[in-house]
Design a binder for this molecule. Structure first.
Ligand code: HSE
Length: 290
């Protein structure tokens, strides 16, 4: 038996959709699992030099959590992780590890229809739902929680690409969450509700002008921008190069720029701005999962 799973990077929040919206993109971590005499973890690519290779590895821990839920212990296995999602980038590497571990455990256990079922466990392991939900369901996913549990819906979008720039600075999501106020004036709440509602429409319709107006946030970006050196310059550069809208991906520091065309130039413009601020950046131009 050999199991292969592929988990996408995710852009959470998308501006105003804090903890409630995320987008899966075609940048994938791949995991292969097969029975072995003892646990063995082989790491390649992003984070291979720093991620643990034992039971503390996040993929292993989340696979073990699903086995535990089924009343079993994790069988000894050999895992090969090919990681393309950079760590502490805001592109959902931790959620990808959680979902990857759960997905391989679900396949090992022969579970069907596991995606929706696993959302609760994935969210509990990750702490917030807006990376794990699109990593599980794909594409643009809307998610929230009420007294009955999580509600997640995937919304279909027209084909779209995104330009990403990741400056050479790492941000811990935990720290970036502690920075945020816990109360907001009603005027901010009202503006946020309007923006996020229109943003969903803009994505669904591929309406670039509406996306430009709707991708505005009052809840996290104003507080996190200062963690990203060169943020204002990079946003300005992206817009000058033709981006309709730019957001902090998750808790950053990656920036995601949305545009109908010219993605390579937009990515290069953001990288040049970060470079000028003293923080060289890596860039990607990636398709959104449709
Ligand atoms: N919604 C989460 C946050 C996403 O912004 O803290 C983290 O990737």
């Amino acid at each position: 038996m050999r199991i292969r799973v592929r988990v996408p990077a995710t852009i959470a929040n998308l501006g105003p959709g804090f903890d409630a919206m995320g987008l899966a993109i075609r940048l994938y971590n791949e995991i292969e699992a097969e029975p072995a005499p003892a646990l063995e973890v082989v790491l390649e690519g992003e984070g291979a030099d720093v991620l643990p290779r034992d039971v503390t590895n996040r993929v292993v821990r989340s696979a073990a959590a699903l086995f535990e839920q089924a009343g079993m212990t994790l069988p000894p296995m050999r895992l090969r992780c090919r990681n393309r999602i950079p760590l502490m980038s805001g592109l959902g590497s931790s959620a990808a590890a959680v979902v990857g571990g759960l997905a391989l455990a679900a396949a090992w256990l022969g579970r069907r229809g596991w995606r929706e079922e696993l959302l609760e466990l994935a969210t509990a392991l990750e702490g917030h739902p807006d990376n794990v939900a699109p990593a599980l369901l794909g594409g643009l996913t809307l998610v929230t929680q009420d007294e009955e549990g999580l509600i997640a819906v995937r919304v279909l979008t027209p084909p779209m690409r995104v330009a990403l720039a990741l400056p050479a600075v790492q941000i811990s999501t935990e720290m970036a969450r502690r920075l945020l106020p816990t109360q907001f004036p009603l005027s901010d709440v009202v503006a946020q509700i309007g923006h996020v509602a229109l943003l969903v429409h803009a994505f669904r319709e591929g309406d670039w002008e509406l996306l430009r107006r709707a991708m505005q946030d009052r809840v996290h970006e104003p507080y996190r921008a200062r963690l990203i050196p060169g943020y204002a310059q990079a946003v300005r550069a992206a817009r000058a190069a033709g981006a309709a809208a730019v957001c902090i991906s998750g808790s950053g520091p990656a920036l995601a720029a949305f545009a109908p065309e010219g993605h390579e130039a937009i990515a290069a413009a953001m990288a040049a701005a970060f470079e000028e601020a003293g923080f060289p950046a890596r860039t990607w131009v990636v398709d959104v999962e449709p």
